[in-house]
Structure formats: structure tokens, C-alpha cells
Design a protein around this ligand. Structure first.
Ligand code: ZN
Length: 138
């Protein structure tokens, strides 16, 4: 077992996340499209895992996919996220999980823009945001 991972019990996750975050991050729920607070967010900075605050996506990789969920063409590093085959709901999809705490983030689809051709479709409630300090300068 990897001792670097902040492993929590289910009870601890329930206590540290709000009900919507818990449903998405720990039970792989999906928020309704166009409902999330980061969908139209365009500030410069870094999107973090809401559960463990690991940096996941840079604002430079965010684009408007029209899907209703925040979409990125790549994570900060390939090893930032784990990709897991997901056969649920009668579909062949690839689930995106935080590599640090194993929280569900969303799914990745092969219909994204260049340079990767990938669309990381992520739930807003699974993300927190840290603005780029340079963008706050007067
Ligand atoms: Zn995490």
C-alpha cells in the first residue's frame, strides 16, 4: 500500500466534503450540465482537486467544449490523473481520477482540440481553484 496517499475512511470523506462533492468524488456521480461554478470560469490559475488540493489542470488547458462541464485538453502532468476503464451505464468510457486521493473527477473523451485531441470533462464540484498570483497584481 502506498503510504503517500492521504487515505481516508468513508466516514472521514463524508465529514470533509459537502454532500454534492461527496456524491461526485467518492460515488462517481455527475453534476447536471451547465450547473457548475467553473464551467464558464476564465481566470488564469490552477484547478485543484477539491478533496486533497492536488494541482490537476492549468487554466491554459481549459477550453469551451459546449458540453456544460469544465473541459481541459490535458492535465498538468500525465501522472496527475489516473485513467480507469468505465463500463457503467452501458457505455465504454474512461474515468478520470485524482492520482493522489483517487477521487472521481470526470471522464476523458477522444474528441478534444489540438494538441492532444482529448477532452477531459470534469465536474465543477470536484474542483477548487487557485488564481495565478500574477493575475492579481494591480
Ligand atoms: Zn485528490
Amino acid at each position: 500500500m502506498n503510504q503517500h496517499k492521504p487515505q481516508k475512511t468513508d466516514e472521514e470523506w463524508r465529514a470533509s466534503l459537502d454532500p454534492a462533492q461527496y456524491a461526485v468524488c467518492r460515488c462517481s456521480a455527475t453534476e447536471p450540465p451547465f450547473s457548475g461554478k467553473w464551467y464558464k470560469h476564465k481566470e488564469a490559475g490552477t484547478y485543484l482537486c477539491v478533496a486533497c488540493h492536488a494541482p490537476l489542470f492549468a487554466s491554459e488547458a481549459k477550453y469551451d467544449s459546449g458540453s456544460g462541464w469544465p473541459s481541459f485538453f490535458q492535465p498538468i502532468k500525465r501522472e496527475t490523473v489516473n485513467l480507469v476503464p468505465d463500463e457503467s451505464h452501458g457505455m465504454h468510457r474512461t474515468e478520470v481520477r485524482c492520482a493522489v486521493c483517487d477521487s472521481h473527477l470526470g471522464h476523458v473523451f477522444p474528441d478534444g482540440p489540438k494538441p492532444t485531441g482529448l477532452r477531459y470533462c470534469v465536474n465543477s464540484v470536484a474542483l477548487d481553484f487557485a488564481p495565478d498570483p500574477h493575475s492579481l497584481a494591480p
